[in-house]
Write a protein that binds this ligand. Structure first.
Ligand SMILES: C[S@@+](CC[C@H](N)C(=O)[O-])C[C@H]1O[C@@H](n2cnc3c(N)ncnc32)[C@H](O)[C@@H]1O
Length: 197
């Protein structure tokens, strides 16, 4: 089974901006060790932490002691295709059907897998698709529907996934972006963006 992604330099770079921008209702997509959800919970009203890896969810449920964090399994936004989170008076009230009134996310955080698929050593925490950017493309195609009008996406990615390609995917999906920070780590540059509608 895939292991839980241990927080690394990319995680810590993103965490810095999560501490700065988290507010309202946050979604930490691909939570892994839960580092971003825990950082967000210090500023946000509520945080939904998701992962496709069952092991990551078991880990999160055991370490997340904050009553401001709820962990659930979802392949990108699949869970939210049918359900919306309900927050009233800054308190989590559960989930409602999409047809009923629910809340969109004020902040969506994602530190995605970004390496090209390695058939010999598959790892869900690293596998970004054939070229490495496909999961980001799938994410950005869906994200607008779940993001509040004034909401922001905090996305970190590597130059390995192709900065120009990702810049163009962001714009093609009707978003604009601001580069928050960049860090050179051995053979790659990590870019952290704030993306909005
Ligand atoms: C690079 S790790 C980041 C972990 C953590 N957020 C951090 O910043 O250290 C990517 C995470 O995304 C999860 N993931 C991969 N594909 C996913 C998908 N389709 N939907 C949701 N989570 C996914 C992986 O299981 C992994 O926990």
């Amino acid at each position: 089974m895939d292991e839980v992604y241990e927080a690394r330099e990319d995680s810590h770079l993103l965490e810095k901006y999560v501490m700065e921008f988290a507010h309202g209702i946050c979604l930490d997509m691909g939570t892994g060790s839960g580092i971003q959800a825990m950082a967000a919970s210090k500023k946000a009203d509520f945080v939904i932490a998701t992962d496709v890896n069952q092991k990551a969810l078991e880990h999160c449920n055991s370490v997340m002691t904050s009553n401001k964090i709820f962990c659930l399994k979802s392949d990108l936004f699949s869970f939210f295709e049918k359900k919306f989170v309900v927050i009233r008076d800054k308190k989590f009230k559960g989930f409602a059907d999409r047809k009923d009134e629910g809340n969109k996310f004020d902040v969506i955080i994602f530190n995605p897998p970004y390496l090209p698929t390695d058939e010999r050593d598959p790892d869900v925490a690293l596998d970004g698709g054939k070229h490495g950017y496909e999961i980001i493309e799938r994410f950005l195609r869906q994200a607008g529907e779940y993001l509040a009008d004034k909401g922001v996406i905090l996305l970190i990615f590597s130059s390995i996934a192709g900065k120009e390609k990702i810049d163009s995917i962001i714009v093609e999906n009707g978003f604009r972006f601001e580069a928050l920070g960049k860090r050179h780590i051995s053979f790659e540059d990590m870019h952290c963006y704030k993306i909005s509608k």
